[in-house]
Design a protein around this ligand. Sequence first.
Ligand code: SIN
Length: 489
Amino acid sequence: MKADKFGLHDPQLMKNFSYINGSWHSSESQIAVTNPANGEVIAEVSNASIAETQLAVKAAKYALTMWSAKSANERAGLMKKWFDLMIAHQDDLGLILTLEQGKPLAEAKGEIAYGAAYIEWFAEEGKRVYGDTIPAPSGDKRIIVIKQPVGVVASITPWNFPNAMIARKAAAALAAGCTFVVRPATQTPLSALAMAELAERAGIPAGVFNVVVGDDARGMGKVLTQHPDVSKFTFTGSTAVGQTLISQCATTVKKVSMELGGNAPFIVFDDADIDAAVQGAIVSKYRNAGQTCVCTNRIFVQKDVIDEFTEKFTAAVSALTIGDGLTEGVNIGPMITTEAVDNVDKLVKDSIAAGATLALGGQRDAAGDTFYQPTILTNVSHDMPIANNEIFGPVSPIISFDNEEQVIAMANDTEYGLAAYFYSRDIGRVWRVAEGLEYGIVGINEGAVSNASAPFGGVKQSGSGREGSKYGLDDYLEIKYLCMGGLTK
Ligand code: SIN
């Protein structure tokens, strides 16, 4: 096939209509999808509204009977085809993702593999939805537990992982026998629509996987959280928006799972392998230009090793290349909007005004309005705004600490509890700290924690439920207890 103007080998992957009940739906108005690296319009996507969202829920409800009646093997077969197609089109899907989201192309292709891995994982795991038998309190009874799909699942997904955040929700839902409706972020709908195109090619039946793209966030959100035919709602995004959506779900008592904000501590103890800690901090902080919920937000370094760590870390961060994600060798792409840059710049300026020292960066980059330099702040104190807000940008505040108890207390002193990281080679300390951190995910001597086989999710105001792993199916299943009586002769 001839490559199109973007270099896509399969231009049919670039869709600009919502995908509802197995067909592509146009609307009267359009949403312009722009490349955050240069502001150019990549595509005009039909702007769906409340009516299309209702249609998608209706389609998912209708398809539920057919999809839930399929065997786990049949569902797995179709999902495996979907996985194969995503891997076969990894280059094109990665290109679409970089064009609309900005992350470096190698990272975008990595996200495609990461998202696809959830589809493969759950295709297999769906075959292991076991029930139970329980000894009954009397001889004439039997107690049996079966697990059934929750029903129609609705979701709202963010712009920072336009493929993987959909994949890990949809994969678990479909494997469990649920049908699925997603409203992707309007900044990055093209990856979601490309997934729909491949789902269709894989033979996933009409109505099972629906994508509605529209800028009426409030109206569409209300349908997805309040429609009586939706049984479960799942969201990845900020805690503030998550709180509103949870309260909307309360009106019909939906099952909810939420993957919300974070304020990840990254702790370097004096017995740590400092070089490994530097590498871990780079991976966990600068992935996606710092725009992930599990990104390191606060770096705590024990005072005896703070100079060594800061020097090596500054050298490593200085070597990162900033630029358009399509340029070979770039490590840090643009941020999603100029407002995102403004927010990060304000946090940096406020910290400096409050006494922090700028060790590196600290400015908008000449690459364009949406670029912010990889930045390091030292002499940061635990009570500065930068240590208490989700930075969501390429900025590392370094905070000194004296001892284990103090750093655990500072690390836990936040309403968030998604991911935490620490580096130590003392086995006793490793257990004490791992158990003491109030977080859903703890990276121990490791900065890259996300993968399909592991349970991803947070505690406190970082959310509820787990995505990925054998636990990830639980949120999409209902437990039904069958009590069989009258068994005496
Ligand atoms: C997120 O930022 O919400 C997800 C990050 C990941 O899956 O690693």
